[in-house]
Every structure is written in C-alpha cells, then in structure tokens.
Write a protein that binds this ligand. Structure first.
Ligand code: SF4
Ligand code: SF4
Length: 456
C-alpha cells in the first residue's frame, strides 16, 4: 500500500474517532438530562472505548494495523449503509379501517359504572352474562384512586382526583347553542387558523378528517346518556394530541403517572371545549369529545386525521412521541380542509418485531402475536378487562406499556436521528430494537417518584 493511501486511512480513523466521541458524549449528556443514568453510562463508555480504538489504530503502528483499520472503517460504512439505504419489506402490511361501530356499553369503563340491580345493570348482563364474573371481580377490587389500592398516595391521588373532577365540570359544556350569525370563512384559512390556535393553546399536533361512520360509538355507555343511540352527523373531525410528561409516564404504575393522565385529559378537554365553542360562535355546529363524554373513538379519528398509526397497545402511535399523548376531538359542520393521510407501515412493522409493552405489562393484557383479524379487521386488541383489573388494584392507570415503548422517548435530536432511521430502513429498525433493550433494558424499571411529590 502506498503512503498516500495509508495517510488517508489514518485520517479517516482519526475523523471517525472524533465523530464517535462527539456523538456518544452528546447521547450521554442527553440521557443524563433525561435521567436515564444507565443509558448515559453506556453511551459514554461506548464513546470512550470506540473512539480510543479508532485513535489508537490511526496513530500507532502495530502488527495487523492495516487489517484492523479496514475492519473499523468497514464497521462505520456498514452502519451508515444500514441507516441510509431504504430497504424494507412492508408489502404485506396494509392500512385497515373498521367496518363496525363500537358500542361504548361494552367498554370496561362503562361496565364498571353499572350498579348492581339497576335497570341498565340487569339489561346489560342479561345480554352479556359472560361478562358478569370478571366485572364483579373488578368491582370488588379497591378501584382507581382508592385509598385501599396498592400504590395509594394521598397527595398524588388527590391531585389526580382534582384534575378528573375539573374535567367533569366541563362534561356538560361539550355542546351548546350555535350563533345565528353564520360567518362564512375561507375553509383553508380557517383550518390553518384552528390548527395554529390549538397549538398555541397547548396542542402538539392537529389533524382534520372527514367524520366516518365507524368513528362514532353506536351507543353511549357512560353517565346520563347511557344507552342513547349516537347520532353524530357532523361532516368533519378535528383531532389533536397533547404531550404526557416523560418523567411522569416513566414512573408508572405509581402516582405521577395517573396525575399526568388526569392533567392531560383536562388540558386536551379544555382546548376541545374552547375550539368547539369558537366554532359555534361563528355559526356552525360543533361538539367537543373529552374524557367521560365521548361520542367518538378518539384514536380512530386521530389516525384518519393523519396523526399516527394504531400500534400493538391499541393506542395511537404518534411519529414524535409514540403513545405518550392524550387525544381530544372536535366534530363540526364548519367547512374545513381535510388532511391527506399517508399510511406509515413502519410503525406496524416495528411493533411486529417489538413486544416490549407486552413484556412489561403486569396484567398480560397485551398480545405478543401479530395483528389478528377481529370483526374482519386486522389489528391488535388488548385485553381491556385484564388491564383495567390491574388499574383497580394499582389505583393508577398504570402506563407501564407507554413508558417502555421505544417510540415514547422525548422529541429531541438524539431520538429523532433514531426515528429517521426506523422509518427509513427495516434493518436499522431491527438494530434499534436490539440496542433499545441493551441501553434502556428489556424490562426497564419504573422511575422513582420525584422528591417534591413525596409529602407523606
Ligand atoms: S396500562 Fe398497564 S396493565 Fe394496561 S396494558 Fe398497559 S401495561 Fe398493561
Ligand atoms: S412497545 Fe414496541 S410493540 Fe409495544 S407499541 Fe411500542 S413499539 Fe409497538
């Protein structure tokens, strides 16, 4: 080998060492900020060891130096090829659309509200006797936010309760009188206006879709509207997400997780109420769909509005935060411009190979299998009875699945570099899964409760 080639190889090794050290130090700092101490240590160690190897090989003469140089440079080239070459086999993964509407009375939240001996109770269990045993067992558990539950904490549970109670104040404000002064606005401009305003109010992402039949429940299952047929003939639905705090979700199944859920139900609910009121004010019917008073199935609307895909947990997986969001919806007749949805099969592909949520689920509610045909629609469905049963023991809404999902990492440069690779390359997506298990753990432990929350 001539001297010029050798100098080029040495230079490449030294440049690689600098880049590796810079990247992994950055990753370590970000992980430290995210309170992922194990990840920070691993990134730092990889950065030091890898950059030292490249530097040593570039600077010092030793037997087989040339061979080692080629191996080290090939490793980098291999990684870059895996990251950038868009090879992925997702032809067998197709978008799916429900055929039937969901009856809200079959949800565990609705069943849990049925009182023994009431007319609704008798009617429901006459038709669904198979549900009686499990529902009885769940009702005998302490209950969500109960002082008798396993993870009871007086301050955190009372805070969550305060947020849920505040949402409840808005339950009857979801709809109202429409102004007789109809103001006709340019659909494109008002769509943009509503999206920007929603973001200003705290929404993360906003999408607009045509309201489809399967978006709405067939029958109401909660509160005073129990058993009412849902007749929602609005033309459009505006769906938006709000972020759930990373640290709080990470501490699931303990108090901070349920505090955060309640808070974001409230935050999303308030935005929905404001937008619906605004639309009625300019002369068009509009209804907000918020916690405890939904006529639509929010994840289905949000998916069609282009905000994400439905993953293994049956939740909306958003591109930047995965399932770590809450959703609210406003349905309306205000003429709007709908968003073009582009199906992203990479999420389903990733979930097919990952089952981290299923591994950590304390109630085995999440399937390890691939999507199955349920009512002629290929999808995942969690066992809501098992999941809710755990909630009523824990006292919180758990969130272990959300907290370990590789998509739930914060929206920053480090994780966005990974997100780009996941979307771009099937091989990188598999490598990410492997690395996520090593760096964050296959079954990461719940994060400890922040000191300021410990008051008892
Ligand atoms: S919330 Fe908890 S119990 Fe429910 S599916 Fe997720 S991990 Fe399982
Ligand atoms: S943890 Fe894995 S399988 Fe579960 S939703 Fe997230 S990506 Fe999909």
């Amino acid at each position: 080998m001539n001297i010029t080639n050798f100098i080029i190889i040495e230079l490449l090794l030294i440049i690689s060492a600098i880049v590796i050290f810079a990247f992994f130090t950055y990753a370590a700092i970000i992980s430290f900020i995210e309170k992922e101490k194990k990840a920070a240590l691993i990134f730092f160690m990889i950065g030091v060891l890898a950059s030292m190897s490249y530097l040593y090989t570039g600077f010092f003469d030793f037997k087989y130096q040339f061979l080692v140089s080629i191996i080290l440079l090939s490793l980098i080239i291999g990684l870059l090829l895996i990251y950038f070459i868009p090879i992925r086999f997702t032809a067998n993964i197709s978008d799916v659309f429900p055929k039937d509407r969901i009856d809200e009375r079959n949800t565990i939240f609705s069943r849990n509200e049925l009182h023994l001996g009431s007319e609704n109770f008798n009617y429901y269990y006459q038709k669904n006797p198979d549900k009686l045993k499990i529902d009885d067992a769940i009702k005998n558990n302490p209950g969500v936010l109960s002082p008798e539950s396993r993870n009871y904490d007086p301050a955190m549970f009372s805070s969550a309760d305060a947020s849920f109670e505040t949402v409840a104040i808005f339950k009857n404000k979801v709809d109202g009188k429409v102004s007789s002064q109809k103001i006709n606005l340019n659909p494109e401009k008002i769509s943009t206006y509503i999206k920007n305003w929603a973001k200003k109010l705290g929404a993360l992402n906003v999408g607009i879709t045509e309201l489809k039949d399967y978006h709405s429940y067939s029958y109401r299952g909660r509160g005073e509207n129990y058993g009412n047929k849902v007749v929602l003939d609005h033309k459009f639905a505006i769906a938006f997400t709000v972020e759930m705090d990373y640290d709080a979700v990470k501490s699931g199944p303990y108090g901070p997780a349920v505090m955060e859920s309640a808070q974001q139900y409230l935050a999303s609910g308030v935005i929905a109420i404001q937008i619906a009121k605004f639309i009625r004010q300019i002369g068009f019917p509009a209804r907000a769909h918020i916690d405890g008073n939904y006529e639509v199935v929010c994840p289905l609307v949000a998916k069609d509005a282009g905000l994400g895909e439905i993953g293994r947990m049956g939740l909306l997986m958003t591109p930047k935060l995965g399932p770590r969001v809450r959703i609210a919806v406003v349905t309306t007749d205000l003429p709007l411009i709908i968003d073009t949805r582009k199906f992203d099969p990479t999420v389903i592909d990733f979930c097919n190979n990952c089952s981290k949520c299923a591994v950590v689920c304390p109630s085995n509610a999440i399937s390890f299998d691939e999507r199955k045909s349920i009512n002629d629609v290929k999808r995942w469905q969690i066992n809501q009875d098992s999941c809710y049963s755990f909630w009523t023991l824990s006292g919180t809404d758990c969130a272990r699945c959300l907290s370990v999902c590789p998509y739930s990492h914060p929206d920053n440069l480090l994780h966005n570099i990974v997100r780009f690779g996941i979307i771009n390359s099937g091989n990188f997506s598999r490598l990410t899964l492997f690395l996520d298990d090593i760096i964050y753990g296959k079954k990461p432990a719940a994060k400890s409760v922040p000191d300021w929350m410990k008051v008892s």
